[in-house]
Design a protein around this ligand. Structure first.
Ligand code: 5GP
Ligand code: MN
Length: 352
């Protein structure tokens, strides 16, 4: 795929919006992951260093400790920690760019401020079912590894860029972080364009060893103790081949689990031959956060949409399970999960 795959008028319109904006609010999804932070941070570096614009990244809630290394000093405001300051940033922006979300509802606390703004809104995203009607300019592709990859090819298509070398060094690094985490370190959602981008970034000097050391080798011991407990005690496998585990608040306290500590746990059961789908429920305030992963042919997206108030990608999705709306009590989660997945798996045999 070449950098000319976007319609020229769309790129020129984007260029005019970016170059003409006095200040840009960059928004991403709740519980920002490596792609959310990587893509927003890359755009921030490009806007500030390459275009000389004022820009601010607004995250709905706190950044996980293991991702703090890519966040540039003074680039980011957390809506949950500083709601007034964050709302003011959105209100005073004359351009809003949303990255790595398909619906403004995914930006949680930021949604109201974004909807209230009269500034033009741009969406750059790789999830299914984007809410295009809320945006003035939409770049949406699903056959791509990450929002970081989509942003990379968009930036390269801009008249003033053209190649990876022309991007700020910090933007290249942030983009590599986003594509690395969203592909689970190049295990899933890898397309020819993904490897082409990785190759160009490496050639332009990105230090991938340093990124991997920061991402994967700096966790607390608690993560691995918790992983052991999940695999030996918490994980169940239903007769239909759905693995699930539920972390309640006692477990989260016992293992001192913080944001980011359980990243990737939901993938582990997919290594088991008879497991087709993996579901992870993590207790939050009045609901469970739900993560779903599936093997090819089984739709994590559909399960999350139909039964967990969510969505995402075909084989990696998420959502929420509320009580008392969806289940009478938090203790009923396992029964609910077993019932809906049994029906789901029987009704949706994978295509042969
Ligand atoms: P994770 O399990 O890593 O939190 O999320 C996996 C995928 O599902 C991500 O692409 C994420 O954007 C999507 N996702 C996670 N939670 C939700 C949710 O509550 N609603 C929707 N629509 N998508 C979600
Ligand atoms: Mn993403």
């Amino acid at each position: 795929m070449t950098v000319n795959r976007f319609p020229e008028d769309k790129i020129l319109r984007l260029d005019a919006l970016l170059c003409g904006a006095g200040s840009v609010a960059i928004i991403t999804h709740t519980h920002p992951d490596g792609d959310a932070l990587g893509s927003t941070t890359a755009l921030w570096h490009f806007l500030t260093a390459s275009l000389g614009r004022k820009a601010r990244i607004l995250v709905p809630d706190a950044v996980a400790a293991n991702l703090g290394f890519i966040v540039a000093e003074g680039s980011l405001t957390d809506f949950s920690a500083s709601p007034a300051e964050a709302a003011e940033c959105v209100a005073s922006a004359d351009l809003i760019v949303c990255l790595d979300l398909n619906s403004l509802s995914r930006s949680a606390g930021a949604e109201q401020a974004v909807r209230a703004s009269k500034a033009p809104k741009i969406l750059i995203d790789h999830h299914l079912s984007p809410a295009c009607e809320d945006f003035d300019l939409v770049f949406s592709e699903t056959e791509i590894s990450s929002a970081s990859e989509l942003l990379y090819y968009i930036l390269l298509a801009l008249p003033e860029v053209g190649s990876a070398e022309k991007l700020p060094e910090e933007a290249r690094r942030a983009l590599m972080v986003g594509m690395t985490t969203d592909t689970n370190n190049f295990a899933n959602s890898v397309f020819p364009t993904t490897l082409a981008m990785a190759s160009s970034l490496l050639a332009a000097g990105v230090d991938r060893d340093d990124i991997l050391a920061n991402l994967y080798n700096r966790y607390g011991e608690n993560r691995f103790r918790a992983m052991g407990a999940v695999l030996s005690d918490l994980m169940h496998i239903t007769p239909e081949g759905v693995a699930y585990f539920i972390m309640d608040s006692d477990f989260l306290r016992k293992y001192e689990i913080c944001e980011g500590d359980t990243e990737g746990f939901v993938n582990l059961p997919l290594g088991i031959d008879r497991v087709k789908m993996s579901v992870f429920l993590k207790e939050d305030d009045g609901y469970y956060r739900v993560s779903v992963r599936s093997k090819k042919g089984w739709s994590a997206n559909m399960l999350a949409r139909n039964h967990f108030n969510g969505g995402g990608h075909e084989c990696a999705a998420g959502g929420r399970l509320y009580w008392p709306k969806d289940i009478a009590d938090r203790k009923d989660a396992a029964e609910y999960l077993e019932t809906v997945t049994a029906r789901f798996m029987c009704n949706r045999k994978p295509e042969q």
